[in-house]
Design a binder for this molecule. Structure first.
Ligand code: PGA
Length: 258
């Protein structure tokens, strides 16, 4: 049974004071809760401070992006070793805003995955189709390609450090979430692709988060849908009033209590 995981992607929002206050609020409320993995994903410049604010708590801190190179003359970039150095334990890669606003290819995403693993960081690999792709019935082709190319060269022993986030582009920041059935369908499909890339056991262990307009109103239905193992939350993660109810969404099925 896979443990539920809820992460808040703050994107390019908040200021230093707001970031610290939000991290402290999440920490205070999550306390030592162990039945859900909780993480926050601040902008690079607030990572160190947020990681300090979360030190000693079970709430993890991740980065929104990472450079595809290990170090050197890459002005403006931030490498995996630096993220680790300031207290991040994972990074998002292939977020739709990186793919669609900044033109990141599957090959670039794969390089980022490799750099994170080399530095001992965990990976949240984001995949998802556009509305046009969904209408053209290409959802499966697109997410299979993103998953397969994103994980190219990743050895089976690194798999415990990989989480996948299914984030349909049309659902991100639009208030139009995928239905629990739509999410389940794609998650099940991704699990099948993953099983073909690795094996059945790895595929059963893989955590797949859903992202795209998750809110307190729809969190329980989405989080309890078959094959949905958590949520990657954008807008609703910026306020305690909307993030905490998602973390605390009631469960319809038994899950691990480590
Ligand atoms: P949203 O963003 O919850 O604001 O739709 C989700 C994401 O992009 O991770």
């Amino acid at each position: 049974v896979r443990k539920r995981t809820v992460a808040g992607n703050w994107k390019m929002n908040l200021d230093a004071k707001g970031a610290r206050a939000l991290a402290e609020g999440v920490r205070a409320r999550v306390g030592t809760k162990r039945d859900v993995d909780v993480a926050v994903v601040p902008p690079f410049v607030y990572l160190a401070e947020v990681a300090r604010a979360l030190d000693g708590s079970p709430v993890r801190c991740g980065a929104q992006n990472v450079c595809d190179r290990a170090s050197g003359a890459f002005t403006g970039e931030v490498c995996a070793a630096m993220l680790r150095d300031v207290g991040a334990s994972f990074a998002l890669v292939g977020h739709s805003e990186r793919r669609h606003v900044y033109g990141e290819s599957d090959e670039l995403v794969n390089q980022k995955v490799q750099r994170l693993l080399e530095s001992g960081l965990d990976v949240v690999l984001c995949v998802g189709e556009t509305l046009e792709e969904r209408r053209a019935k290409r959802t499966e082709t697109v997410v299979a390609r993103q998953l397969t190319r994103g994980l190219a060269g990743v050895a089976a022993d690194a798999l415990p450090r990989i989480t996948v986030a299914y984030e349909p582009v049309w659902a991100i920041g639009t208030g139009q979430n995928a239905t629990p059935e739509q999410a389940s369908q794609v998650h099940q499909y991704l699990r099948g692709v993953f099983s073909g890339l690795y094996d059945e056991a790895a595929s059963e262990a893989l955590r797949i988060q859903y992202g795209g307009s998750v809110s307190p109103a729809n969190a329980a239905a989405i989080l309890n849908a078959p094959d949905v193992d958590g949520a990657l939350v954008g807008g609703a993660s910026l306020k305690l009033d909307t993030f905490l109810p998602i973390i605390e969404a009631p469960r319809a099925r038994a899950e691990t209590q480590p």
